[in-house]
Design a protein around this ligand. Structure first.
Ligand SMILES: Nc1ncnc2c1ncn2[C@@H]1O[C@H](COP(=O)(O)OP(=O)(O)OP(=O)(O)O)[C@@H](O)[C@H]1O
Length: 638
């Protein structure tokens, strides 16, 4: 006999099973689960209670499971009780009190000992971007919330809802094309995030691909940690942090990138986190720290981050996609966003209750965070929600949740909690110490050197091309002599070399931009290095062109200088990498100044002597009267 067909339950982007009316199909797994819940209904409870998460006066919304309450209701987190509770199973614990105990009464919760921690609050935070003719487009719409020491605040929401923007706004890193309004306070004061007080793990890993994990973290430790720490202490800190992030087995593996595979995506994320937590910042922003990690690694990483927060009273704000239920349990507070609006802000543990009481119960055996995200994502699910006993669009569902949160007691008391945080205040953040500029320059140079000699495509290949080209050019201009006719040849050659270097240098921009991403301090360093090196290279080129009579020799020497510069790493990298249109002018200067100094113009034309002092030296050559006259006499040389 044929066995009956088995319907394998599968996820579809259509009706969310748990939000569907109770059309019980016995062959549907989730519906079976639902029908089992039906048997545990608690009909008398719902109409008689006041809802913590709904407005004070509002009667409870009609629920589509009027007769069928999921069996997990008794286990739901505590919530405030209204007049009576008919269910004997529900514990009459005041949610707000629980929340206050957890979040606002810092001292009672043991946070008083973390008085040097950072309390971060934001109120009515708006971020908009210009939308061309249509005016401006809001990304964040009046968000309010807080993060406090010892706790992890998770920011969740569908892709594009504004999680990164919120993190950027809080960390003061918004793009220049955005406009921000609202109040963001640290310890109740308006103040800047001083160096060393905060760290930000960005969504994209900006790591030097040629370094090993140990080198990357160690160099970062040398750059960030103060000079008062010895090198061995810094190395120890780097090693400890690597181990904390579970990377001990990959310590000597190169990070790798395009073309040369090294670490996996998840391992790179962990290296990025390592680098940021090296300084043990009081305030840590993490933009999707677990993306690319498997669930076990995500759990361990988040557990360590939560442990660090708790142990040292650090404040952690992390945006996160799809945390597993174990990871979700590590969060203290949850900020749930949907298209720039707050759907929920409060203890992560009571979010489930919020959804339940607003008609969107999380089914058993489903990860709550998946349920929340699915409920408030309208990108793929336009018209399917089942809330309050009727079909509503996802947009309506989102709006009802947003409004419900706003009018709920917990939403309304958020302002009071923030006011209390402000009242308690806290110290003004002190700037942490870092390595001195000299140390940073030396470490950056060393790191750049290691990076360059390991990068074959970028560096060795380029050197080979330079040498080959120099030989070609040298051959063409071989033995040009010292006649007047050679002036043009010298000018042409120098022009060619300058133009060639300029075009070759364009390839250096990406690495420069990469370095800029690593921090403004590094940018300042590179700006200074660029200036110093430009001066150095120009001086050397002038010297070479002035003293080497044979251009083949000159060019080979020039190539040698270029090679030495490349080989010697960081300090000499940028002149060969960055275009410098001003080079050609000093080169003209060199070409003609040489002759001027040697008095080569003397008696060459019209039997007339032009002493050097009349030529006026190099600065007047380009526009000088004598120079023009001489050039006119030079029989079409220019
Ligand atoms: N500087 C900006 N200029 C223009 N639009 C921006 C800017 N920053 C963010 N946006 C827009 O704001 C919205 C939210 O972006 P954001 O990066 O904050 O989302 P997200 O929630 O972090 O998304 P994901 O989870 O996919 O990383 C997006 O539509 C994005 O295009």
């Amino acid at each position: 006999m044929d066995s009956p067909p088995v319907n394998i339950p599968s996820w579809t982007p259509s009706v969310s099973p748990t939000r569907s009316p109770p059309k019980v199909k016995n062959d549907d797994l989730e519906m079976n689960s639902f029908s089992s819940q039906v048997e545990h209904n608690i009909p008398s409870r719902i109409p008689t209670m006041f809802y913590e998460f709904t407005s004070f006066s509002a009667t409870p919304p009609p629920r589509h499971h009027t007769q069928a309450q999921p069996e997990y209701i008794p286990a739901a987190p505590s919530f405030q009780i209204g007049n009576e509770i008919n269910s004997p199973i529900v514990e009459p614990v005041n949610l707000l009190n629980a929340r206050e105990a957890n979040c606002v009464k810092h001292d009672a919760g043991g946070l008083g000992s973390q008085s040097d921690g950072v309390f971060l609050t934001w109120e009515n935070l708006w971020v908009t971007v210009s939308a061309g003719k249509d005016g401006s487009r809001p990304i964040l719409q009046g968000l309010t919330g807080y993060a406090q020491p010892g706790e992890v605040l998770a920011i969740m929401g569908p892709s594009g809802c504004g999680k990164s923007t919120l993190l950027d706004a809080l960390a003061g890193r918004l793009d220049s094309n955005t406009r921000q309004s609202g109040h963001i306070l640290l310890n109740g004061h308006k103040q800047r995030l001083a160096y060393g007080t905060s760290a930000y793990v960005t969504q994209d890993d900006t790591l030097i691909t040629t370094l090993t994990v140990r080198e990357a973290v160690y160099y970062s430790a040398l750059l960030q940690l103060p000079d008062s720490m010895s090198r061995s202490e810094k190395r120890k800190r780097a090693d400890t942090t690597i181990k904390e992030m579970g990377l001990q087995d990959a310590m000597n593996t190169r990070i790798g990138g395009w073309g040369n595979k090294g670490l996996s995506g998840g391992q790179k994320r962990r290296v990025s986190i390592c680098i940021e937590i090296l300084t043990r910042p009081k305030l840590l922003f993490l933009d999707e720290p677990t993306s690319g990690l498997d669930s076990a690694a995500s759990y361990h990483i988040m557990k360590r981050i939560a442990g660090l927060a708790k142990q040292d009273g650090r404040t952690v704000v992390a945006s996160i996609h799809q945390p597993s239920s174990e990871v979700f349990e590590l969060f203290h507070n949850l900020c749930l966003l949907s298209y720039g609006k707050t759907v929920y802000f409060g203890p992560a543990s009571t979010a489930e209750e919020f959804f339940l009481l607003n008609g969107f119960p999380c089914p058993t055996m489903r990860n709550p965070s998946d349920h929340y995200l699915r409920t408030i994502n309208k990108d793929f699910d336009p018209d399917i929600e089942q809330g309050y006993g009727k079909s509503i669009t996802t947009e309506e569902a989102i709006n009802s949740l947003v409004n419900s949160y706003k009018s709920s007691k917990i939403g309304q008391q958020l302002g009071e909690q923030i006011a209390e945080i402000h009242k308690n205040g806290g110290g003004v953040l002190e700037k942490g110490s870092q390595a001195s500029f000299i140390t940073q320059s030396m470490v950056l140079t060393r790191r750049s050197f290691v990076n360059m000699y390991r990068d074959i495509g970028y560096y060795w290949l380029r050197l080979a091309i330079y040498i080959a080209l120099c030989l070609c050019v040298g051959t063409i201009f071989y033995d040009m002599g010292h006649s007047y006719g050679s002036i043009q040849a010298r000018g042409s050659m120098l022009m060619f070399v300058a133009a060639f270097l300029t075009f070759m240098s364009i390839g250096g921009f990406p690495s420069f931009v990469e370095d800029m991403k690593r921090g403004i301090d590094h940018f300042v360093y590179f700006a200074l290095v660029l200036f110093a090196c430009t001066m150095l290279v120009e001086s050397l080129m002038m010297i070479v062109a002035s003293i080497v009579p044979n251009f083949l020799m000159g060019i080979i020497t020039g190539a040698g200088i270029q090679g030495v510069m490349i080989l010697s790493g960081g300090f000499f990298r940028l002149p060969s990498d960055l275009p410098n249109p001003f080079w050609k002018y000093p080169m003209y200067y060199v070409a003609f100044h040489k002759y001027a100094n040697q008095g080569l113009y003397k008696n060459e034309f019209e039997g007339q002597t032009f002493p050097n002092d009349q030529i006026g030296g190099a600065p007047t050559i380009s526009g000088g009267r004598n120079f023009e006259k001489r050039m006119a006499n030079a029989d079409g040389l220019f």
